[in-house]
Design a protein. Sequence first.
Length: 99
Amino acid sequence: MEVSWALGAAFHLLNTYHDNMKRERHEQLQAALARDREELERRVADARMAELLNGRNAMQTEPKLFVRLLNTACSMFSNVFHWLTDGATHVLIALRIIS
């Protein structure tokens, strides 16, 4: 009984820790996205001003493809890991190995 409770608590702590890490990472990514968006808007505004002054076309910058793919892969790995640990917890509870 105590082992079952301890395993259940350990899986609960693991899932809670992972949820907190995902939430913290999401907040960090949202803050970085907001900063990048502001920087991009500033650059576009500067480029438009330069276009008006010089009569040239403004250059628009886009995030690099590799960075976007890396962020996508990391978030997909994080979601798969969370799904596996959460699923394992439910299976262990269903088999009455943990409570």
